[in-house]
Design a protein around this ligand. Structure first.
Ligand SMILES: NC(=O)c1ccc[n+]([C@@H]2O[C@H](COP(=O)([O-])OP(=O)(O)OC[C@H]3O[C@@H](n4cnc5c(N)ncnc54)[C@H](O)[C@@H]3O)[C@@H](O)[C@H]2O)c1
Length: 258
């Protein structure tokens, strides 16, 4: 039992959470702090990220700092990782979670709308993972990364039309496997989580009839809660997953099994 507690602990680790100002990122960050880690939050919403960091630092008596970072801007990411290292002494682990969704039929989609979703959801995940791996390698350190994909990388959601989102998330799953293989000999593990429908700021504005249908299509007959993803992320970041890389953990209330 002690062995298990030790394996799942993130005691003494510094965890970078990208897209951590709200939603899944914020709630998972809370659980990461609860198992002993200090936090660095990156988010395009700089002020909100700072408020989240202050709130978590107070609640969990940990150190938590935040930077306003747009994950589509590689220079901003590199510079913020350098600043975080100077402030925290190190950064060990990454929960790479920023993402957006756009629901619009393909025939109506403007080129810039398609580009924006791919830019945040796929390029952003790539740029943050790349900068973090470069940082680890430059410091001769091992680490672990968990990327947030989605069940939309495996199935096509219905009735909403969101081809850009689905394609971006399928890209995250395959990128995760590619990085896992490429960095295995550097001691950097890379895995992804694929949530099903989770109730957050991202999904709270969606039409009620759609949300009702999503619940009906999910074998559990409900949407998931962000806290139901936390244990999966912590497992994949922790030493318990020391032989696990390139995997995609689908947490969807059974949706993709039907
Ligand atoms: N909610 C769901 O049902 C669900 C399901 C599967 C996957 N996901 C994925 O989980 C992740 C989190 O989603 P959520 O529901 O918490 O959404 P959310 O909108 O509540 O949170 C997303 C966070 O990412 C940040 N962000 C967006 N663009 C950014 C950028 N360019 N640079 C930096 N930060 C940026 C936002 O400011 C926000 O804080 C996303 O990748 C999303 O695609 C969500």
């Amino acid at each position: 039992m002690d062995m298990l507690k030790k394996l799942f602990s993130l005691e003494g680790k510094v965890v970078l959470v990208a897209g951590g100002a709200q939603g899944i990122g914020k709630i998972v960050a809370e659980h990461i702090a609860a198992v002993g880690a200090n936090l660095v939050i990156f988010d395009r919403q700089g002020e909100k990220a700072q408020e989240t960091a202050d709130e978590l630092a107070k609640e969990f008596a940990c150190k938590a700092i935040a930077y306003g970072v747009d994950v589509t801007q590689p220079e901003q990411i590199t510079s913020a990782i350098e600043k975080a290292d100077a402030e925290m002494g190190k950064v060990d682990l990454l929960f790479n979670n920023a993402g957006i969704v756009l629901q619009k039929p393909v025939v109506d989609l403007e080129p810039d709308e398609w580009r924006k979703v791919i830019d945040v959801n796929l390029n952003g995940i790539f740029f943050v993972a790349q900068a973090f791996a470069r940082y680890l390698m430059a410091n001769d350190r091992k680490g672990a990364i968990v990327n947030t994909a989605s069940m939309s990388g495996t199935i096509v959601n219905y009735p909403q039309r969101q081809a850009s989102y689905n394609a971006s998330k399928a890209g995250v799953v395959q990128l995760t496997k590619s990085l896992a293989v490429e960095w295995a000999d550097q001691g950097i593990r890379v895995n992804s989580i694929s949530p099903g429908y989770i109730f957050t700021e991202l999904t709270s504005f969606v039409r009620e009839d759609w949300r009702n249908l999503w619940e009906d299509l999910t074998p559990f007959k409900r949407m998931g809660k962000p806290e139901e993803l936390a244990s999966g992320v912590i497992y994949l970041l922790s030493d318990s997953a020391s032989f696990t890389t390139g995997t995609d953990l689908i947490m969807d209330g059974g949706f993709t099994s039907v």
